[in-house]
Design a protein. Structure first.
Length: 617
């Protein structure tokens, strides 16, 4: 009779509609009423030692119900069974059970369907289901920022190391050690451990030149007790350090890293007082050997150039175009429409096709098909007129066979703009810049102003359209493509005249939705083509150098020694270490293989030959 009574109450409970999110153990709920009538011994509570276990490993279940008195003992029915991960259940006492896993099952997630099974036994179970995972892999640890940090992050206090799963670790200082050439007097002073994060707090000083810091962590396990014993996390510590002098002082130059690891710097304007043709404009190229830390002369370009554009083609050759200069020789400088190509395999320069429009302060972008888009620029003599024609260089193995195609005109001609390819969107984003229009025949008859428009080149349709959105008016600014395909627009200045202000506010443009949003402020407003932007770590960029417009010692601008970084994951700017020299109008040389880069020449008062490197090496 008792069994019939219990069964009727179970049917009653199962037929009750219980609102989602309600407390099933509320005294007024239908479930509680049924449980009271069934008796408290019918509520089976189970607690599992872990939801992760190794292949062939063990987990424990504690319960308030004695399963040793039942014919089948404790049963753990696996839902959607293809292979049973459980090989044996052993009663260690009336209320403690050892569950041994099948060593043949090496991975997978499984669900125990406790409710349906024990309902047939006239029992209600809490929890009704239980999910667990067979896990054979120890936890993976990495720096939150990927593998690289700026040295200031050690100097100011802490690093976060992330785990890919929940970890079990006491976090004693005796379980942590530091080594590597970046260590110097650095020590770990404290550690804070959460489920998936280890925060290390530091005291002492790292090596001022940066280097490699290896963090060794002993005894870290996951919830399945997997461990690697000692885990070593190598950290690349980036810092500014002095580099060798170039053979020639130069500003307004170009630099690039070749596929074979060599670095080159070329062109620009030489230091005042050096007698060369063309009033100081250079055709010379120098190699930089990052192993021996030496510069050596390479072959000269066909033309001397300054304020030109430079890109590395998909096949590793280097293309330069335009600028201000002339054929090497005694002739006077003019605006250039010429191009030339450097072949690293033969170490030679060869003339390429001629652009339709001479231009300097323009931009080039290498497209996914290998061709090169040429946008903007200005003619070199007053009255100044910015260039609206957009040209496409069709790249071929033979430089003499390359051709130039006009693909349209900008709605607003511009120079000193920012230009990046968002491969995600299939578009080249052309933002801001400075526009100059001729207003009369005189050398000064032109009107110059900054612009706020964005224009888009669609690489699939080869068309140029104007965005419906506007940026803050700016030129001599920078753009950086994010992992989402969005474009971070930062820096620059609004005007060269008395009302000119550096732009602190950064903005993020989405080329897929044609929308823009205001972002955080830079710590320093900075402009000019030597506000160097170097990627490092996982998603950080270093911003250094340039001009900040303020009154210092009677001057209306000042070059900037302080640097700052921006992190895509934290979406903010933060102060980092200082560069060694406050400079502008030099050239930057990003190290594409390792992150960081090099700043070459520029102006520190006079035009200089010195260099500095931002790296961990």
């Amino acid at each position: 009779m008792g069994k019939i009574k219990n069964l009727l109450f179970l049917i009653f409970l199962c037929s009750c509609e219980i609102p989602t999110g309600s407390n099933h153990f509320d005294p007024n709920s239908p479930v509680s009423l049924g449980l009271l009538m069934l008796g408290a011994d019918r509520i089976v509570q189970m607690e599992f030692s872990s939801n992760k276990v190794q292949p062939g490993g063990t987990l424990f279940i504690s319960t308030n119900h004695d399963f040793t008195t039942t014919a089948n003992g404790l049963q753990l029915p696996v839902k959607n069974l293809s292979i049973n991960p459980i090989s044996q259940v052993i009663a260690r006492s009336k209320f403690l059970y050892e569950v041994r896993m099948n060593p043949a099952v090496t991975n997978g997630k499984f669900t125990l369907n406790l409710k349906d099974y024990y309902l047939n036994e006239s029992l209600l179970v809490n929890p009704e289901t239980f999910e667990f995972e067979i896990d054979a892999n120890p936890p993976l640890l990495q720096l939150k920022t990927g593998n690289g940090i700026d040295i200031s992050e050690l100097q100011t206090g802490f690093l976060d190391i992330e785990a890919n799963e929940e970890i079990v670790w006491e976090g004693n200082l005796s379980q942590i050690s530091l080594s590597g050439n970046a260590k110097n007097s650095l020590v770990v002073s404290d550690v804070i451990v959460t489920e998936r994060n280890i925060r290390l707090l530091f005291a002492g000083n790292p090596n001022a030149n940066g280097g490699i810091l290896t963090i060794s962590l002993m005894g870290i396990k996951d919830k399945a007790s997997n461990t690697d014993g000692t885990v070593m996390v190598p950290v690349q510590v980036f810092a500014f350090k002095s580099g060798p002098n170039m053979n020639l002082s130069r500003r307004s130059c170009g630099a690039i890293e070749l596929d074979d690891g060599r670095k080159i710097v070329l062109g620009g304007r030489v230091k005042s007082g050096v007698v060369v043709n063309g009033n100081g404009t250079l055709s010379s190229m120098e190699y930089y050997n990052s192993v021996t830390k030496e510069f050596s002369f390479g072959p000269d370009m066909v033309y001397r150039r300054q304020e030109f554009a430079i890109v590395k083609l998909l096949d590793g050759r280097v293309l330069v175009s335009g600028g201000f200069g002339a054929l090497v020789g005694p002739g006077s400088n003019d605006g250039l429409a010429s191009t030339e190509i450097f072949d690293p395999t033969t170490n030679t320069w060869t003339e390429g096709p001629t652009l339709h429009s001479p231009r300097q302060f323009h931009k080039m972008t290498v497209l996914p098909d290998g061709n090169v888009l040429v946008v903007g620029g200005i003619n070199p003599f007053g009255p100044f007129q910015t260039v609206s024609e957009v040209e496409l260089i069709h790249v071929t193995p033979d430089p003499m066979a390359m051709t130039v195609e006009s693909v349209g005109h900008l709605t607003e001609s511009r120079s000193k703009h920012a230009q990046v390819l968002s491969a995600n969107a299939g578009k080249v984003v052309i933002s801001g810049g400075e526009r100059s229009d001729v207003t009369g025949p005189g050398v000064n008859d032109h009107y110059i102003r900054s612009i706020d428009s964005i224009e888009i080149y669609d690489i699939n349709t080869k068309t140029i359209t104007t965005s419906n959105t506007k940026i803050t008016r700016r030129f001599n600014h920078f753009a950086h493509v994010l992992s989402t395909g969005e474009v971070l627009i930062l820096g620059g200045i609004s005007s060269r005249f008395n009302d000119g202000q550096p732009i602190l506010r950064a903005q993020i443009y989405n080329p897929n939705t044609d929308t823009i949003r205001d972002h955080k402020n830079l710590l320093f407003g900075r402009e000019w083509g030597s506000s160097f932007v170097f990627p490092y770590g996982k998603d950080q960029i270093m911003i250094a150098g340039g001009l900040e417009y303020r009154t210092v010692n009677g001057n209306t601008f000042d070059s900037i020694l302080d640097t700052e970084s921006w992190s895509e994951s934290s979406q903010r700017f933060y102060l980092t270490g200082r560069s060694l020299n406050a400079r502008w109008d030099g050239c930057d040389l990003p190290f594409t293989a390792t992150g960081g880069g090099m700043i070459l020449g520029g102006r520190i008062g006079a035009i200089v030959a010195n260099t500095e490197e931002y790296s961990f090496e």
